[in-house]
Write a protein that binds this ligand. Structure first.
Ligand code: NAD
Ligand code: MG
Length: 353
């Protein structure tokens, strides 16, 4: 039996993870947590709504932690798993983006490993498996381009929350859905890929693939590119991470080649500045990615609350990044301070209600 601690059990990833765990005879939930939503219909011996996730993990002693919390709030659980050498199935990309080197150092100390749940990173992980780093030319992250792909800046000025939440290919929680509309999600994923696979930013490319069938590719030095294909369904990467290296069966339909379209395109960095801002933050390093993430969380929450326009999300983030010094954090305490300061800075950039 593999004992799974599921954090963020009531969310989009959490619900799909429960489906995978219930269907697999060798997986069981040993703990489940949410932020504020009740866990009444979740069957686990330990349950916690709100509160300190590391206390729950200490009690549960899981074999694997599936971190499906949304946002920086997932940081302590990510670091707990890495420090304790417990497998970390990581959906909560924000924690790795913000903690960066601190997370990698915790992983080295603890001897843990990260099994990516983000579909692109699961794809890259699978394409890279068993190959030496020197064979790898570059990584190619794919993205759908979100609901506003092909629009001009002018056409984005009045978009509503409802329009931004209408993602063309994935059904996800509200925060990541807005991130997909601004391309901040692809930016977070760029930084996530850098830390997961140790590849410099100039060797990580982003291309658009509107139907989300190609989940990402790895280019190798001989000119070959390996891709991972499948329908956009998070149960596949969740199952892969939870059952690794077994690759258990799932209820997913096989690809039907009579109805597939595989077009590719380039992201429009001027209309969607969040991707370029993320790349800049990643290249600056230190706590710049933490600042990018914190300001984005504040701006997205304000957009969802109807307080901020869609285009202003990137302005809030750009302003916060331009003020923050981005100096590396020596420990988690310092990182928490940087995150809090970036949030205060971003909040000052919001229009007065
Ligand atoms: P969601 O909003 O649907 O769910 C978030 C979950 O986190 C909820 O269960 C909520 O109660 C819980 N939560 C929030 N704050 C918490 C806290 N302080 N302590 C404990 N639990 C807390 O979000 P989601 O779409 O499932 O996304 C979760 C994470 O997975 C995000 O980091 C997202 O970027 C990533 N991800 C999601 C998808 C997807 O398809 N939904 C795909 C790739 C990556
Ligand atoms: Mg993704």
């Amino acid at each position: 039996m593999k004992r799974v601690a599921l954090l963020g059990a009531t969310g989009s990833i959490g619900r799909q993870a429960i489906e995978i765990v219930v269907a697999h005879p060798e997986l069981e939930l040993c703990a489940a947590a949410s932020g504020s939503t009740p866990l009444d219909d979740v069957d686990a011996p330990l349950k916690q709504v709100g509160g300190d996730l590391t206390e729950l993990l200490d009690r549960a002693q899981p074999d694997i932690v599936l971190n499906a919390v949304v946002g920086f709030a997932g940081i302590h659980a990510t670091l707990w798993a890495l420090e304790h050498g417990v497998d970390l199935a990581l959906a909560n990309k924000e924690s790795l983006v913000a903690a960066g080197e601190l997370a990698l150092a915790a992983m080295t100390r603890g001897g843990g490993r990260i099994l990516p749940v983000d579909s692109e990173h699961s794809a890259l992980f699978q394409c890279l498996e068993g190959r030496d780093a020197e064979q790898v030319h570059s990584l190619v992250l794919t993205g759908s381009g979100g609901p506003f792909r092909g629009r001009t800046r002018d056409e984005l000025s009045g978009v509503t929350v409802e329009q931004a939440l209408a993602h063309p290919t994935w059904r996800m929680g509200p925060k990541i859905t807005i991130d997909s509309a601004t391309l901040a999600n692809k930016g977070l994923e760029l930084i996530e890929a850098h830390f997961l696979f140790g590849i410099p930013y100039e060797r990580i490319e982003v291309v658009l693939q509107p139907t989300s069938i190609v989940h990402s590719l790895v280019r190798f030095r001989d000119g070959a590119a390996l891709a991972h294909l499948g329908y956009p369904d998070m149960r596949a990467p969740i199952s892969y991470a939870l059952t690794y290296p077994e690759r258990a069966a799932t209820p997913l339909a096989p690809l039907d080649f009579s109805s597939l379209t595989l077009e590719f395109g380039q992201p429009d960095l001027e209309t969607f500045p969040m991707l370029a801002l993320a790349r800049e933050a990643g290249e600056r390093g230190g706590t710049a990615p933490c600042v990018f993430n914190a300001a984005n969380e504040v701006a997205v929450a304000a957009f969802l609350a109807g307080q901020l326009s869609f285009l202003a999300i990137a302005e809030v983030v750009a302003d916060a990044l331009s003020v923050a010094d981005g100096a590396p954090a020596r420990d988690v305490g310092e990182l928490l301070e940087v995150d809090a300061a970036a949030r205060r800075l971003a909040e000052r950039g919001l229009p007065v209600a």
